[in-house]
Design a binder for this molecule. Structure first.
Ligand code: FE2
Length: 304
């Protein structure tokens, strides 16, 4: 049994006060959005309570599917480094970036060195987006990190999945066949999962790779919703899961903060996988973190 924890869209708060020079970019929109909306729905002690509860769980590895920060201010990048460090040692934590981590051009060139140990593959240094996808093998589980984060124009929060990344993803999925292949990507690789201005550009390309080579589980963030979708894989449907934003407080327009645990074990045939999802977080009241639901995502019977 391998237990994988999944967090996403931390949007660490409070937002450090930017100076006017730092706001002379798309950041002014993100800053105003924070002041008007996110400030009231994200942050507070809820994130601390959620992390405290996660720390009591027995897990083998934790993944974070992007948007650790808000408008990519240097102080935010530094705060996120501390957050990752508090979450655990780099060998046990794998993160990918989201559009907010790449909020303005040049942001990722500061994020990559700062969070390097949590982003890089087992045998590879991370210097630019062209190094993706990256692979980390943990026992019988292969964690494959894709990057959809890149700066986009004002009023857009799109992600990108280009041909070079698709070719490399197909190679890695092929090499790791027989293990439980878990793909991480910030933007949802599912049609209609989000608005046009927040979509994954290259979604068809991503789905084509999974259809051809297969995968066992795909984890994303970005929508801040609790969704389980499926896309076609080589040997059957592949579950695609989004976990609500970790920093969401209860009572807001989106589900309150959660983390998911995936309990992964080999199926009866020995070549298949059984994956159970356990969602932990705040319910509709403010009574602390509880087990919200558990469901089977993949069973040998389904893909037989
Ligand atoms: Fe996002």
């Amino acid at each position: 049994m391998f237990i994988l924890a999944h967090l996403s869209d931390i949007h660490l708060s409070p937002l450090p006060e930017p100076n006017w020079q730092q706001l002379a970019s798309k950041r002014i929109l993100g800053y105003l959005n924070w002041k008007q909306n996110r400030k009231h729905n994200i942050g507070g002690d809820y994130l601390g309570a959620l992390m405290g509860d996660l720390s009591t769980q027995i897990t083998d590895h934790t993944v974070v599917t992007g948007d650790l920060i808000n408008i990519a201010l240097p102080k935010e990048i530094e705060n996120a480094s501390s957050f990752l460090k508090a979450l655990g040692p780099p060998k046990d934590i794998t993160a990918v970036c989201g559009n907010h981590d790449a909020y303005v051009p040049g942001a990722l060139s500061k994020v990559f060195p700062a969070w390097q140990m949590y982003l890089r593959g087992d045998d590879s240094h991370l210097s630019s987006v062209s190094d993706y996808p990256l692979l980390r093998k943990r026992g019988e589980v292969s964690i494959i990190a894709c990057n959809s984060a890149g700066a986009s124009a004002p009023f857009l929060a799109v992600g990108y999945f280009r041909e070079k990344q698709a070719e490399r993803l197909a190679e890695i999925l092929e090499q790791t066949r027989g293990t439980c292949r878990v793909i991480l990507i910030h933007h949802p690789p599912v049609r209609g999962a989000t608005h046009w201005h927040k979509r994954l550009i290259g979604l068809e390309r991503f789905q084509r790779v999974v259809r051809k080579v297969g995968a066992e589980l795909i984890l994303h963030g970005h929508t801040h919703l609790d969704t389980v979708n499926q896309i076609e894989g080589r040997d059957g449907k592949v579950p695609v899961v989004c976990v609500p934003a970790a920093g969401n407080s209860p009572g807001g327009p989106k589900p309150a903060g959660r983390y998911n645990l995936y309990r992964i074990e080999r199926g009866a045939k020995g070549t298949d996988w059984r994956i159970e999802l356990q969602a932990h977080g705040f319910g509709t009241d403010h009574d602390g973190v509880t087990l919200i639901e558990r469901k089977l995502l993949m069973d040998s019977q389904e893909n037989a």
